[in-house]
Design a protein around this ligand. Structure first.
Ligand code: DAT
Ligand code: MG
Length: 394
């Protein structure tokens, strides 16, 4: 049976770039038209003039090749047109549409087969695997430049499309639909109890990730501690940091460790969503990490993207915490402002509700008020008071 998709749920994405010769020859429009005509969705596009270092990073896997210096020189000859295209099998199909690397071997009907002759002027680039697509997309585009949107013809391109749920009087129905009923960036509604003064740390009552299975954590590269398995009966907190290494994260990290220490019956994992694994390792080597719970590196943002796809929003802000119940379902998510304590704004109270066996995962029903009937005072501490000035110097 086909898996149902709502029309604004992201599908596979690939990075396609028109090289300087393609831009100079004025065939940008023709190449874009092929991807549009195929049914793929444009989620990012820009014309830019990258630096030599940026291009060397992009082509890092070819560094040892004889043609590498010539390739970089060619790529520096003028602006390139960078794009992200989305659709089922976008990576593999994108490669087929481009044709073989050497245009002499590219089949007629492909972009290279029809529009160019020499390998050193082969007009376009396309990612060769989902992993390299994710890395290339994040090398060329910021998160804010990547657009998640519902295409009006989604249901005419795919047979497995379901309309996004529209709740009566809910945010999804109020002014966020276009004329054909596709929801585009529906604003999310804060849970009761969320502090409206700080929208960075709101929690969401109509978030698509609530009630879904937590993505498989086995793709994480553990930097410290043992790997975690969801659905093993233990409640879990999955915590993402962006600038893992910076002192601003320490309050959240310390708060997370305090929770882990206080509740040995739960599992906590801190995930570095920072792009550079070597920076994470260096941080660990310096021995200044105060976290004694498992810490992991999210290679190529595989897990961060998996959570973001469940949330059906354009970006996953960091720091960000997900609460996972013993069956492996996401029951709560909360975005934080860097520098504030992890346990604030209702997260810890909701954890206590989950541990008490309360169901907080029904986004359409009443959620327990954060401080209702818990019988325990949650003390908050000035976490900056326990940091040395030297800690903040990096
Ligand atoms: P592709 O662009 O099809 O992914 P690739 O990653 O192997 O191919 O190489 C990147 C680019 O380097 C390619 O588009 C053109 C250039 N290139 C590859 N092989 C080459 C060769 N043998 N001589 C000259 N340039 C080459
Ligand atoms: Mg390649």
């Amino acid at each position: 049976m086909l898996q149902l998709h709502t029309s604004n749920m992201p599908r596979e994405r690939t990075y396609i770039m028109i090289k300087p010769d393609g831009v100079q020859r004025g065939i940008v429009g023709q190449i874009i038209a092929r991807f549009e005509n195929k049914g793929f969705k444009l989620v990012a596009m820009k014309l830019c003039s990258p630096t030599k270092e940026h291009l060397e990073t992009h082509y890092a896997d070819l560094k040892s090749k004889k043609f590498f210096p010539g390739l970089i020189e060619y790529m520096l000859m003028g602006p390139v047109c960078c794009m992200v295209w989305e659709g089922d099998n976008a990576v593999k199909t994108g490669r087929v549409m481009l044709g073989a690397t050497n245009p002499a071997d590219s089949a007629p009907g492909t972009i290279r087969g029809d529009l160019c002759i020499h390998v050193g002027r082969n007009i376009c680039h396309g990612s060769d695997s989902v992993e390299s697509a994710n890395a290339e997309i994040n090398l060329w585009f910021s998160e804010a430049e990547q657009n998640t949107w519902g295409h009006h013809s989604e249901g005419w391109v795919y047979e497995n499309v379901e309309e996004p749920k529209q709740e009566d009087g809910g945010a999804a129905a109020s002014g966020t639909s276009n004329t054909v009923g596709t929801t585009v960036h529906a604003p999310l509604t804060a849970y009761p109890g969320a502090n409206e003064a700080f929208n960075e740390y709101i929690t969401y009552s109509d978030d698509a990730s609530i009630g879904q299975d937590c993505p498989d954590l086995s793709s994480l590269k553990m930097v410290q501690g043992d790997a975690l398995k969801t659905g093993d009966g233990r409640v879990k907190i999955v915590f993402f940091w962006g600038k893992y290494l910076k002192w601003q994260c320490w309050p959240t990290m310390i708060g997370m460790c305090e929770i882990a220490e206080k509740h040995p019956e739960i599992d906590v994992v801190g995930i570095a969503a920072d792009k550079k694994e070597k920076d994470v390792l260096r941080f660990m080597e310096k021995g200044e990490c105060r976290a004694d719970c498992p810490l992991a590196f999210d290679m190529n943002w595989v897990l961060k993207d998996a959570f973001r796809n469940l949330m059906k929003v354009g970006a996953l802000a960091v720091p960000h915490a997900f609460l996972i119940n013993g069956e492996g379902k996401i029951v709560w998510r909360q975005a934080y402002s860097a520098g504030y304590q992890f346990a604030t704004m209702g997260f810890y109270e909701q954890l206590l509700h989950v541990l008490a066996g309360d169901d907080i995962s029904n986004p359409n029903g009443p959620n327990p008020e954060p401080e209702e009937d818990l019988g325990e005072e949650v003390e908050s501490k000035d976490v900056f008071a326990c940091q040395e000035v030297a800690d903040a110097i990096w």
